[in-house]
Design a binder for this molecule. Structure first.
Ligand SMILES: C[S@@+](CC[C@H](N)C(=O)[O-])C[C@H]1O[C@@H](n2cnc3c(N)ncnc32)[C@H](O)[C@@H]1O
Length: 261
């Protein structure tokens, strides 16, 4: 989550940002970490992708919140993301959830207050959900999370969520089968210093996987992150993303999905 924060900060410092997440740039200045470790071509290359993904989430989240101005937002795996303050929807109750050490770091940047709260828990546990009132439609966000869980955990989590709230929408990103397999192989054959990331365990073939995980979820479309290359201001990067988006293997490696219940 420091990688995605760093990449959003780089985007924000660009004169022509894609997302323009000013709070990410401030967070990088405030967190005591050797950011030079992340300033490598192999990491920085993902900057536009991270910004485009976040922008797709913001757009769909804002659409939902316009229609449901009194909703409850549950953002799982929030990391250091500042979406609650980027969108800042009045009238909405917002819960950001992540693992305890991540929330401990997050509390150095942000505080609970008003209608905003952070919860330190693993989403695969069940108790934390009871802390969230179930009386309003929910917008459930999972950016950069489900691929790290096992498929049985994804299914169980999504069933718990739709069982808890009366109705709502789910926005999440999913990786292709070939991408997940590639990360599992890299994890197996490369030493950790060459491939320091966790493998992806849950992939999504297409929208029909969503009701297979949870029959209460009705798919409502998806967008390939790379297909949004038109929003990239730098012509060289835009050309690379456009080229990669043409091939199924690369173009479809990461999609943002939307479903309702
Ligand atoms: C790739 S980061 C994405 C963070 C954030 N959504 C963003 O876009 O910057 C993955 C996040 O998932 C969180 N995570 C992984 N497993 C989790 C679990 N079981 N419960 C809660 N959070 C989890 C990690 O702590 C981390 O913050």
């Amino acid at each position: 989550m420091l990688v995605t924060l760093f990449l959003r900060a780089l985007d924000a410092r660009d004169p022509q940002p894609i997302l323009g997440d000013r709070l990410a740039a401030e967070a990088v200045e405030r967190i005591d970490y050797d950011w030079a470790k992340l300033d490598k071509p192999s990491i920085v290359r993902g900057r536009a992708g991270v910004a485009l993904r976040a922008r797709q989430f913001d757009t769909w989240a804002a659409d939902f919140l316009r229609e449901h101005p009194e909703a409850t937002v549950l953002q799982m795996a929030c990391g250091m993301d500042s979406r609650a303050f980027r969108l800042d929807p009045p009238g909405v109750r917002w819960f950001d959830v992540d693992l305890p050490d991540v929330i401990a770091l997050r509390r150095k940047l942000y505080s609970d207050g008003g209608s905003y709260r952070m919860i330190a828990a693993s989403v695969t546990d069940s108790a934390w959900l009871e802390e969230i009132p179930a009386d309003r439609p929910a917008l459930i966000l999972a950016e950069g999370l489900l691929m790290y869980l096992r498929e049985a955990e994804v299914s169980q989590l999504l069933r718990r969520l739709t069982g808890h709230f009366p109705s709502g929408a789910l926005i999440f990103d999913g990786v292709s089968v070939s991408t997940a397999r590639a990360t599992q192989l890299l994890k197996k054959v490369l030493p950790p210093r060459w491939y320091p990331y966790p493998a992806y365990w849950t992939a999504i073939r297409d929208e029909s996987d969503i009701p297979r995980w949870n029959p209460d979820l009705r798919p409502r479309g998806s967008e390939a992150v790379l297909k949004a290359y038109g929003q990239i201001p730098d012509p060289r990067v835009r050309r690379c993303y456009r080229l990669a988006s043409r091939f199924r293997w690369t173009g479809d490696f990461l999609r943002v999905f939307r479903a309702e219940f």
